[in-house]
Design a protein around this ligand. Structure first.
Ligand SMILES: *Cc1c(COP(=O)(O)O)cnc(C)c1O
Length: 365
């Protein structure tokens, strides 16, 4: 493989073409609506610069959470629409205008601040407006809609966010959708957006004018639907040391494991500082070598973990052999379940010590 760094014991491979294919799939699914891309939190830990660049040919609108992320993205994408989900803090409207960012205004306070800023500048800078339709996180409450502060205000987008869209038949989905239609009626002809990844798979009633997938772009199925998304990443780590232990030997911090029989162990160069949760070992986690399951033995440490490699013929493994953590044999959802969390948290916890490799089919042509 091109350009492998020999000096890092773990590597993350990200397939940019798979992200583009997932984008194409989601936009086909939401046909009729514009499909944005959510790249907050460094594109869910995978690298915002690389991913935004890879999507720039297809995507018109991007979403980030924080103003700072918006500024970084603006330098990568000079001409795209960039929405900032958190809006801005009281001293922040100037930054929005300077970087040509579109704040998502979440409170009457933000609306007032933005409108005052626009009138000082004598210019109607674009803004989006969020409604709280039931999640009680961001957005205007239903009773805010009649407020004086909104009189004559024309956002370029109204939006809301679903709390339970990962469950297809959760009654809150329909309740939020109805409330969204009702609240957005106060802003006729303004484009509307309700669905993130999971909302897209609730069907066309949820698509409105713009959908905002994040996690599905990165290959995680957002709910129980089979969405046939392409896997995007592989995470592997190298064996640093091999050893044999006899029955009764303790393994790792706290000696939480004692060998019930003699076995061969491999100490692998990845740990919880790299995003392999300590809970992963307690949840029965394992690594893989060519289709063979390698149970994690004892506790995950900060920089390493230990697996039982007794099932692999001895001559096949050496110091430096690569084992797979996320890949064809084990997806992110499995790792998440065994770590007691969700795929989103696994992705955004991926550490920064890996060698990172970005593959793009288009580069091969
Ligand atoms: C994070 C986020 C998204 C993207 O969510 P996914 O579940 O990753 O698709 C969309 N909209 C809002 C408001 C968000 O906070």
């Amino acid at each position: 493989m091109r350009g492998l760094c020999e000096h890092k014991s773990a590597r993350l491979k990200v397939d940019l073409s798979a992200i583009r294919k997932n984008y194409a799939r989601l936009s086909r699914y939401a046909v009729g609506a514009d499909c944005a891309a959510v790249v907050k939190a460094d594109a869910y830990g995978l690298g915002m610069d690389k991913i935004a660049t890879a999507l720039a040919g297809q995507v018109k609108s991007f979403f980030v959470a924080q103003p700072e992320e918006g500024c970084l993205l603006r330098k990568i994408l000079p001409n795209k629409r960039i929405f900032v989900l958190h809006g801005f803090l009281p001293d922040g409207p100037g930054l929005m205008a300077d970087y040509n960012l579109i704040p998502v205004l979440n409170s009457l306070e933000q609306v007032r601040g933005w409108r005052a800023f626009c009138s000082r500048k004598e210019r109607d800078y674009p803004a989006a407006l969020q409604f709280d339709t039931g999640m009680s996180r961001f957005g205007l409450a239903e009773e805010d809609i009649q407020n004086e502060a909104l009189k004559g205000f024309k956002p370029i987008l109204v939006m809301s966010h679903l709390a339970c869209a990962d469950h297809l038949d959760h009654p809150a989905n329909e309740e939020q959708r109805k409330r969204f239609i009702k609240m957005s009626a106060a802003f006729p002809h303004v484009p509307r957006s309700l669905a993130a990844s999971s909302g897209i798979f609730l069907g066309t009633d949820y698509h409105f004018d713009l959908v905002r997938p994040g996690v599905a772009l990165y290959g995680l199925p957002p709910n129980e639907m089979d969405t046939s998304l392409h896997p995007v990443l592989e995470l592997e780590a190298q064996i640093l040391q091999l050893r044999k232990i006899s029955k009764g030997a303790g393994v790792g911090y706290g000696l939480s494991y004692h060998a019930t029989h003699s076995m061969r162990l491999a100490t692998v160069g990845i740990g919880y500082a790299d995003g392999v949760f300590r809970a992963f070992s307690e949840g029965g986690g394992h690594l893989w070598y060519k289709g063979i399951r390698l149970p994690i033995i004892g506790r995950v440490s900060m920089d390493s973990l230990t697996v039982d490699v007794t099932a692999v013929p001895e001559e096949q493994l050496a110091e430096g052999s690569w084992l797979s953590i996320i890949g064809p044999e084990q997806d992110i959802a499995t790792v998440a379940a065994q770590s007691g969390t969700i795929g989103y948290e696994i992705l955004t916890s991926l550490g920064h010590r890996f060698a990172r490799f970005y593959h793009d089919d288009d580069d091969d042509i």
